[in-house]
Design a protein. Structure first.
Lengths: 182, 182
């Protein structure tokens, strides 16, 4: 299970996150990370905190999901001296892919990964900006496993604890920098 | 004008780029960078080559366009100790935005940036994976200038020289790591 070592150190970064009520729909409080990203010190602290946690796991690859996972995954991959693999919406990847359809709160979504993106046995970490219900992360885990990856962990910038997405990822190491209770 | 200093050093990275014929449509040769991204040495060389060029320009911010600009912009921002600003498709950014509509070969596209993303006078570089006709890059330049940014340059991983996108960006410093003639 997760040991949120560095979590406490990152708490000041919450001051750089903008809270936008009623986005994208009425009644939802949106945690806007763009105000953190544009702060060079905040952004560096965030990547360094993830790197500190994941360096000992020696991942070969970082996987990031379109579109906001692309913001954190490659920067972390660079810091960890790992490669980066994009997990994309359908039709974007030009070579043969594996596909996974999964349920959203309303409707369905599909993700794709190149079939040759991971060599069997490679250690991967999966990175996204937000852990909410966990559907996207769980689908990415399945895609990675279908290619023979060893899941070394899942990392998030923000976790909405009250949505219990972590429960969908029970058997894996899940690490989030910032937690929100509402 | 551009001085492609490090260009020659990056030429070996072309071996890591997969050429996919007839994607996304028949007759187009697609340069697939995912095979470069997953190679940790190749990916590091790429970010380091961009950083070597842009460090002397001391940018405050790196701007990247959704979605593949998100892959390179933040990693470069991290390396340069700069902040990152996402330029997004309509409706994705939660706070007030500036918008720019621009022409594509077929149809139109729109990009948005948060109005408070850049402080007047900040030096920014604009990063994307590909310079083709230059429409997306030119629109991003206009958005950044409308917020008072100083454009310190535009950086690309791949430039399709035969599409002459560089001509749309004539007054700015344009730097691409890899050039293709067809």
């Amino acid at each position: 299970m997760n040991t949120p070592r560095a979590g406490a150190n990152c708490e000041p970064l919450k001051r750089l996150i903008r809270e936008v009520p009623d986005f994208p729909v009425k009644g939802v409080l949106f945690y806007d990370i763009t105000t953190l990203l544009k702060d060079r010190l905040g952004f560096a602290m965030l990547i360094d905190a993830l790197a500190e946690y994941y360096l000992p796991k020696k991942p070969h690859l970082v996987l990031g999901m379109e579109a906001r996972g692309f913001i954190f995954g490659p920067a972390l991959a660079y810091r960890l001296n790992a490669g980066f693999v994009p997990v994309r919406k359908p039709g974007k990847l030009p070579a043969p892919t594996a596909r996974k359809e999964y349920e959203l709160e309303y409707g369905k979504n599909t993700l794709e990964i190149h079939r040759d993106a991971i060599e069997p046995g490679q250690r991967v970490i999966i990175v996204d900006d937000l852990l909410s219900t966990g559907g996207t992360a769980a689908a990415t885990v399945e895609l990675a496993k279908s290619l023979g990856a060893k899941i070394a962990g899942l990392g998030f910038v923000v976790e909405l604890d009250f949505l219990k997405g972590r429960e969908k990822l029970g058997e894996y190491d899940v690490y989030s920098l910032l937690h929100y209770d509402h």
